[in-house]
Write a protein that binds this ligand. Structure first.
Ligand code: TXA
Ligand code: MG
Length: 316
């Protein structure tokens, strides 16, 4: 059920239900972080392994502080600069956060989302919300309330319109005085490095082996997906199928072998491409296409984030 009534959503959360929620990145599947039954229901609804921890969404830096043992200087600097917004910080949890939420990790993922409706909701509640993306495990992330409804028709979803960013938050960890990139996301690494200097990638961090999540296969349509710099070259190898090509900014050549051509951003804007990628994949998936060929984006800024999602969507 889709609703724009925030009071209904608040009631459902107080009852311990799971609800769909808009954020500036993608829609989340949310519940009261302090209600273990409700948190369990999130894992069940998503069919997500309980070894994959959840992000906690808070209304303020103070509410975040109440969940952690310490807040490293660089984490605080980033929180002050980017919250509310699409950066998730991995911080040492205190006993108020259950092991179920963090999948037995010593650290908890936290962010303040910037969608106005969700901020309003968080301010009406006296508990934070856990919210993974509102898609079944491994499927395409939802960027509209209708996407959530099509996955989970029996839950209430708060309608906040199409998501502004269209890709998930950037996730950062902290090791000694270093910042570690754990997931490319809606804030490009260039913007983070401009503030805190060079950051490490995951493979350079010493606790890499203990990090959960980040499955190789993820974000997938039900049909086959290929990501390449040369869509037409790939097309020649896949005759006799209903094929769609998703171009970055221009259709290079209209081929009769292609059933549908989509363009992510006619002006070549990486942010617009990021905003559209998941909704284009949803649309093509629903058309019953056999194969989607996606043009790889330039490897910079949000292009890195979209390419990361496409590589996972293409993984076997
Ligand atoms: O933009 C977003 O981050 C969206 C919206 C709804 O906020 N949420 C989202 O959640 O993308 P999810 O669960 O789909 O992805 C969260 C990722 C997973 O890969 C998970 O393994 C990782 O964050 N994660 C969560 N808690 C963690 C922790 N304590 N340590 C390391 N990684 C963690
Ligand atoms: Mg997800």
């Amino acid at each position: 059920m889709i609703t724009s009534d925030i009071k209904i959503i608040r009631e459902r959360l107080l009852e311990g239900d799971v609800i769909g929620l808009p954020t500036e990145t993608v829609y989340g599947l949310a519940a009261n972080v302090f209600n273990s039954q409700a948190v369990k229901r999130i894992f069940e609804t998503k069919q997500r392994p309980t070894s994959n921890p959840l992000i906690v969404h808070v209304a303020s830096i103070n509410q975040a502080r109440a969940l952690v043992k310490s807040f490293p200087d660089k984490a605080l600097q980033l929180a002050k600069a980017f919250w509310p917004g699409p950066i998730t910080l991995i911080l040492p949890k205190n006993q108020s956060v259950s092991d179920l939420v963090t999948a037995n990790q010593t650290h908890v993922a936290i962010r303040i989302p910037s969608h106005p409706l969700t901020l309003q909701l968080l301010n009406l509640l006296d508990f934070p919300l856990v919210a993974p993306s509102a898609n079944p495990f491994n499927r395409i992330s939802p960027t509209t309330a209708e996407h959530v409804e099509s996955y989970f028709p029996s839950i209430y979803t708060l309608d906040g319109g199409p998501c502004m960013s269209g890709v998930e938050s950037t996730i950062l960890g902290f090791e000694d005085d270093e910042v570690v990139l754990l997931r490319h996301g809606a804030i490009p690494i260039e913007a983070i490095e401009a503030m805190v200097g060079r950051i490490l990638n995951r493979t350079q961090a010493s606790h890499e082996a203990h990090l959960p999540g980040q499955h190789k296969k993820h974000y997938s349509p039900t049909c086959e997906l290929i990501v390449t710099y040369e869509p037409l070259f790939m097309l020649s190898a896949v005759k006799h199928k209903r094929v769609a090509i998703v171009w970055f900014h221009t259709i290079q050549i209209e081929s009769i072998d292609v059933e549908v051509n989509k363009v992510l951003s006619p002006s070549g804007d990486l942010a617009e491409a990021a905003q559209n990628i998941f909704s284009v994949l949803h649309e093509l998936d629903q058309m019953g296409i056999d194969m989607i060929i996606v043009e790889r984006l330039p490897a910079q800024g949000l292009g890195l984030t979209v390419n990361d999602r496409l590589d996972r969507a293409a993984a076997k």
